[in-house]
Design a protein around this ligand. Sequence first.
Ligand code: SF4
Ligand code: SF4
Length: 182
Amino acid sequence: MPQTGYATSSGKVTAPQADLASVINQCYQCGKCSAGCPVATEMDLMPHQMVRLAVLGDLDRIAASKSIWLCLTCHTCGARCPNGIDVPALLDPIRHQILRDKMDTKGSPVPIFHKTFMDTIKTFGRVYELFLIGMYKLRTKKYFDDMELGMQMFKKGKLHLLPQKTGSLSEVKQVFKKSGLK
Ligand code: SF4
Ligand code: SF4
């Protein structure tokens, strides 16, 4: 039976729209979303826990979590959920608000990585690893972390010296423009 609670925000994060909130409120905590999530083992809040927090109106805890930045938007959770609850639909507006309002993310490098990744896509239309790594290191000032891993990737040809071309850069830029994400 659907829960009657309405997802509202207890703090800085804006509550989800009524239609999304009514979907989220159908959650009965079966955990199928978390069981299928490919990054659940790395998360500090599992997908079903984030949904529960949203139902309880504690969106600030979701915003302060590592999980919100680890979600791959793969939609596995939504496909597995018996109630059709798609966790990224809940997380995307929160991520946008954190970036748009420059909310405090308590020194976590994950939002910086997320922003740098999006800047890379906006600039090149696809991932350009060397630019991504360079910008990330400049922004975090963690210049020597993961050096060994980087060298291994370079030796295996995973890091291209020049950006690879994409034919749809103008379309990608349009998407960014429409989203309002800076
Ligand atoms: S699979 Fe759906 S109903 Fe089950 S816990 Fe996850 S969101 Fe809730
Ligand atoms: S969309 Fe996010 S929360 Fe859902 S299964 Fe994929 S990574 Fe996990």
